[in-house]
Design a binder for this molecule. Structure first.
Ligand code: ZN
Ligand code: ZN
Length: 248
């Protein structure tokens, strides 16, 4: 499995490209406002993307979708190679996607018709078992965020979790359950700091006190959705950086 980090920034950050990544060249996770910039900067071919996962409907995760759809629409017209996407996210995803395209380009623009014809929307819950990446079983888990938000894990064998994506969240029971499976790699929201007045996101302190005691140090954590990049001396905790390839 290859995880290509496109961006590592949270909603407010010090100039980082916003949080997004691609798995095995086919699954794009999150469509933040700068997604097309990140796709070009990392030489991602939109033709190879067949699935798009959006963890929740906050703007830093979905406001780039109209530009991605517009690019796919024009690629389709220019190259006559048909692109199509399966787009997954929480309830309200399809309606919000249509509203965003309408707001961005008006309902007369043919890219809205293109999206309705070539994109399939799947609104998920924690009961969903969608196919995200060939050869891997997907589990969806609910996170504790301001609005309905889901993370996912991927496993190629029963009881051996390869990868977990923990989108925006505070510490919660479903996260504990996921980490109990000792995923090999965890890409995780580290937007929080221990002295935050209101705890909305996880912090490195949460990893040290709660997560690593569950997983041991064989689980590798990559912090993303950051305010700013960080360094740590803890060997199993890394800062995800744009352009980084995580191979497992
Ligand atoms: Zn966010
Ligand atoms: Zn959010």
């Amino acid at each position: 499995m290859n995880i290509k980090i496109l961006g590592n920034g949270g909603a407010i950050n010090d100039g980082l490209p916003y949080n997004a990544f691609v798995i095995n060249g086919t699954l794009l996770c999150e469509t933040p406002p700068d997604i097309m910039l990140s796709i070009h900067n990392n030489s991602i071919d939109l033709h190879s993307i067949n699935t798009i996962y959006i963890s929740h409907l906050h703007g830093d995760h979905i406001f780039g979708l109209p530009f991605l759809i517009l690019s796919a629409f024009y690629l389709n017209v220019r190259t006559e190679k048909t692109l199509s996407f399966k787009i997954l996210g929480p309830e309200g995803l399809e309606r919000m996607s249509e509203n965003l395209l309408d707001a961005a380009f008006t309902s007369n623009h043919p890219c809205l018709k293109w999206m309705k014809e070539f994109c399939t929307f799947l609104e998920i819950t924690e009961m969903s078992r969608p196919d995200l990446v060939d050869g891997f079983q997907t589990s969806i888990f609910k996170l504790d965020h301001l609005i309905e938000t889901y993370g996912f894990s991927l496993a190629h064998e029963v009881e051996s979790v390869d990868f977990a994506y923990v989108a925006d969240t505070r510490w919660c029971e479903s996260l504990r359950a996921v980490l109990n499976n000792k995923p090999r790699v965890v890409l995780i929201d580290l937007n929080g700091e221990d002295n935050d007045h209101k705890r909305v996101h996880l912090s490195i302190g949460d990893l040290m006190r709660k997560a690593i005691p569950l997983t041991g140090r064989q689980t590798k954590y990559f912090g993303t959705h950051l305010r700013k990049e960080f360094h740590t001396t803890v060997s199993c905790v890394n800062c995800a950086r744009p352009g980084m390839d995580i191979n497992l």
